[in-house]
Every structure is written in structure tokens, then in C-alpha cells.
Design a binder for this molecule. Structure first.
Ligand code: BG6
Length: 487
């Protein structure tokens, strides 16, 4: 049960607040009988009042399939207009005081920056100048991604944050860490000795991480064309997946113990070999039977944009567990299907006892495929002798699907918001973690900006042609998986 607090959303009328934050808060608070614990205060430059904002909040909740929210909105949701020329945040302080008095709250506050990244420094400085970085109760600062544009700017932002806040007040959001299947990566590995004892260079041949999206950039051209796939997906979501798949066991499930191990892992990664880096940009094509425009044809994207929307690269980890095991990573927009997974391919048997036609070895490499979304679950691919006289092997699968076992999976934001309310930092990115990740991907950002070949791919295909081939499995290729990019 979170302690009573005010949840302040900078960017309270924005897309994130409407689509994710308000529904997640409602589910956490009202559906779980905890509505007394929190009051929501939306902030933005919109010229509206409490009543208008309540209507907006209600509509957002209805859109999220949450009816009957009027009493909560009327009782626990407020709004304050704030403009850029109010560095002392006077109207915010007055509103907070009024809300805290009315609801008899002890002065615990969460400040959630659901803002474009360029606005973070100013708001952080203003909060502190207005004396809102501490007390009367606890104060927590939540910062959305992307955290910085590169290593230098991430360091500057960390410095600024640390001048005004202690690290234990700071929650850097990466919503992938709130996904149930991503959280399960540690449970899968460290609660199941069977898997963890094989999770190393002695048994594993290669690991592949794919985050494939069918979506394009929607209405976010202004942000995306500036960010590109490395800043948007790789430095944060993909780096986190990689860290969870490859890190050592933490000494406990404590937030810092886990984050220490993630940092260690990121530090062990060798500089990315730019020879193995493929960058792509989608052209007009067909996704799920609908013709979609190419990236350069999207609204507000410059016709000569060189922003990559697809990337694949190889990671090598220089530590005892992973030396010599390649990790192939890729993500892209406008691929044929939404499909995020980690495929772990095991080594082949040392000698071949089973020969098929033409005396070729018939065995296939075992694969564990952890399906992050959609159709969450995992598959274990193995060989079985097909019944009958001859020694023919066929590839089969053991499969676990969340949907077969659990009614529903909470949304990532729901999990993360509850953790912020409860002061649990485990699923949030620590300052050193974000910097280590930038150290790794800074050269990739630089390469993308300075003439690394940008290939094209038709929307609805698996990225630039010829760069990757799917893993062949007896029952057909595992769709959309990569083996390696040819040098
Ligand atoms: C966001 C990116 O962080 O993650 C988007 O900014 C991307 O570009 C999204 O589409 C993907 O999230 P999910 O949860 O749909 O995999």
C-alpha cells in the first residue's frame, strides 16, 4: 500500500499521460481499493481548469476501456496551468499546498516528467529553485526516456539531477523493464537451475535478440527524425534486454544488487564492430496487407532524411561466461510482424550419430525462444526420433504460453507506477547504467550520423535484403530470427 502522496504529471495533457499514465494510475489505485493513497495533479500550458481536465481524464480512461471513473476523477484529479515564464513555479506550489491541505496529505510528492527530453533540464532546475526537490514528506523524480542524446549530454543531465536530487529519489523510466516477460527473464534464469547451468559459453552457440514492430513513426516525426532507432530503442530498451539476458546472478533481489550486475555486464561488452553494423530505412511497402508510405514520405520527415529506422549489430561480451558467444541484436519499424523475442541457440552435439539422406547430420541445435510480446511465453525446440524403423529425427517444440495459464498481464506502466509509489527502484535505470549504455552506443550514433551506409528495405520485410537469414529449424524457420550478418 503506497503512502499517501500527490502524483504530479508535467505534460499532464500529453499523449503519454492520456494513453498510459492515467489508465495505469486508475487501475492501480481504484481497481485495487487504494484510491485514498494518491491525488493526481496534471500540469501543462493548456488554458483549462480542474473541471476540463477531469473531462479529459475521463475520456482517456474510457478510451482505455475503463468506465465508471467519474467519481475518481471528480474527487482525486486536479489540474494547474503552468507556463515557461514561471521559473519559481509559484502556481504549482500554491496548488500543491491547497490539495495537500484539503486531502490531509503529509507532503509526499512524485514529479513525473512526461515531457520532450529537451525540457528536462529546465524543469529539474525550476523544481529545485522552487524548493520542491525535498520535503515536507518524501519527493521522487521520474524521468522519461530518452535520457540524454549521447554520453556527454547524459552525463550533464545526471550531474544536474544530482545537484538537486539524491539518486535514491530518481526513477529513470524504461518501460521495457516493466513488461512482465522482461521481468520474467531473471526468474526464468535464476529460479530454474536447469536453464541457468547451461547459460554460458560451454553450452550456448549464439543469442539473438529481436524487437520487431509493424508500426511506423505515426505522428512523432519531429521527435523520431532527431532520435533515430539507436536513441529510440537501442540505447535503452535493447540494452536493458541484453543486460538481463547476460548478467551474472545478483547476490539478492535488492534494487542495487541487480543494477550493479547490469552495470558490470555493460562494462564487459567489447566496442561494437562497425563492420557488423547494418542500418536501414523503410521504403513504401505493405504491412499486414496495407500499403504504407516510406519513411521519407511520412508527414514532417525531410525527403532526404538519413535517420535509420532499422538496425542490426553483433555484441561480444568479454567475460568468463560469454567469451566467444555472439549476441545478434536487431530492431526495426515497419517489419512484417510485431514480435519481440530472445532466441538462445545451443551448441550442436559433439559428434553426429544420426545421419539422414546424403549422409548429412540430421540433428538440429536446441533453441530456447523467450517470447516477450505478443503471445508471451517460451518455446523449447528439440529433436525427437520419429516412430518407426528408421532413425529419422524431427524437430518439435515444448511451449508455455502465458495466456493458457494467467488471465491477464499487467501493462508495463501499471507495474512501474506502482513501484514509484512504493519507492522500489529495482525496475529503474541507475545513473551509471545509463552512462555505460551510452558509452557503448555513442560510436553507433556517431557512425549513423557520419556516413555509415544506410540501406533501404520495403516496409513489411525483415530489414535490408541479404543481411540476415532466419534460423532453419526442422519444422521451418523460426520466423523473423537472425543468425548473423555476413561480413
Ligand atoms: C518506445 C519508442 O519507447 O517504445 C517507440 O519510443 C516504440 O518508438 C515503443 O514504438 C515500443 O514499445 P512497445 O511496448 O510497443 O514494444
Amino acid at each position: 500500500m503506497p503512502e499517501p502522496h500527490v502524483f504530479v504529471i508535467f505534460g499532464g495533457t500529453g499523449d503519454l499521460a492520456r494513453r498510459k499514465l492515467l489508465p495505469a494510475m486508475y487501475r492501480n489505485l481504484v481497481a485495487s481499493g487504494m484510491s485514498e493513497q494518491s491525488v493526481v495533479l496534471g500540469l501543462s500550458s493548456a488554458d483549462i481548469d480542474d473541471a476540463d481536465y477531469r473531462v479529459m481524464a475521463r475520456e482517456a480512461l474510457v478510451e482505455a476501456g475503463l468506465d465508471g471513473a467519474a467519481p475518481w476523477c471528480d474527487d482525486r484529479v486536479y489540474f494547474q496551468q503552468l507556463t515557461r515564464d514561471e521559473p519559481d513555479l509559484q502556481r504549482l506550489r500554491a496548488k500543491l499546498a491547497a490539495i495537500e491541505q484539503k486531502h490531509v496529505l503529509p507532503g509526499n510528492r512524485i514529479f513525473y516528467l512526461a515531457l520532450p527530453p529537451g525540457a528536462f533540464p529546465k524543469v529539474i532546475s525550476n523544481l529545485s529553485a522552487a524548493g520542491l526537490n525535498a520535503g515536507p514528506g518524501w519527493t521522487r523524480l521520474v524521468i522519461e526516456k530518452p535520457f540524454g542524446r549521447d554520453l556527454e549530454s547524459a552525463k550533464r543531465l545526471n550531474d544536474l539531477v544530482h545537484q538537486q536530487f539524491n539518486e535514491d529519489q530518481v526513477y529513470r523510466i524504461d518501460h521495457y523493464l516493466g513488461k512482465e516477460t522482461v521481468r520474467n527473464l531473471l526468474a526464468f534464469r535464476f529460479a530454474n537451475l536447469l536453464f541457468e547451468t547451461s547459460w554460458n559459453r560451454d553450452r550456448i552457440d549464439a543469442v539473438e535478440i529481436t524487437v520487431a514492430e509493424t508500426l511506423g513513426i505515426g505522428t512523432r516525426a519531429a521527435y523520431y527524425d532527431n532520435a533515430g532507432v539507436v536513441r529510440d530503442m537501442v540505447q535503452n530498451h535493447l540494452a536493458q534486454l541484453l543486460a538481463l539476458v547476460a548478467m551474472e546472478a545478483p547476490h539478492s533481489f535488492d534494487a542495487d544488487a541487480i543494477r550493479d550486475e547490469k552495470v558490470q555486464l555493460l562494462k564487459s561488452i567489447r566496442s561494437i564492430d562497425l563492420e557488423e553494423l547494418t542500418l536501414g530505412q523503410y521504403e513504401r511497402g505493405e504491412v499486414e496487407s496495407v500499403t504504407v508510405p516510406g519513411y521519407r514520405e511520412e508527414d514532417a520527415v525531410p525527403v532526404d532524411s538519413t535517420t535509420p529506422t532499422y538496425i542490426s549489430f553483433r555484441i561480444d561480451i568479454d567475460n568468463w561466461r560469454w567469451q566467444g558467444v555472439p549476441f545478434y541484436v536487431r530492431t526495426g519499424k515497419r517489419l512484417p510482424e510485431k514480435n519481440s523475442h530472445v532466441a538462445v541457440r545451443f551448441r550442436p552435439p559433439p559428434t553426429c550419430l544420426f545421419h539422414g539422406e546424403l549422409d548429412e547430420c540430421e540433428t538440429h541445435q536446441n533453441v530456447i525462444k523467450l517470447i516477450l510480446q505478443p503471445n508471451e511465453g517460451f518455446e523449447l525446440h528439440f529433436d525427437v526420433k520419429s516412430p518407426g524403423e528408421s532413425l529419422r529425427l524431427v524437430g518439435e517444440q515444448l511451449r508455455f504460453m502465458y495466456a493458457d495459464r494467467f488471465d491477464s498481464i499487467p501493462d508495463a506502466y501499471q507495474t512501474l507506477i506502482l513501484d514509484i509509489m512504493n519507492g522500489d527502484q529495482t525496475l529503474f535505470v541507475r545513473a551509471d547504467e545509463v552512462e555505460e549504455s551510452w558509452r557503448l552506443f555513442d560510436p553507433v550514433v556517431t557512425a549513423a550520423a557520419s556516413g555509415h551506409p544506410l540501406l533501404t528495405y520495403p516496409a513489411g520485410t525483415w530489414g535490408p535484403e541479404g543481411r540476415h537469414t532466419p534460423i532453419e529449424w526442422a519444422s521451418g524457420p523460426i520466423r523473423g530470427e537472425v543468425t548473423r550478418s555476413p561480413r
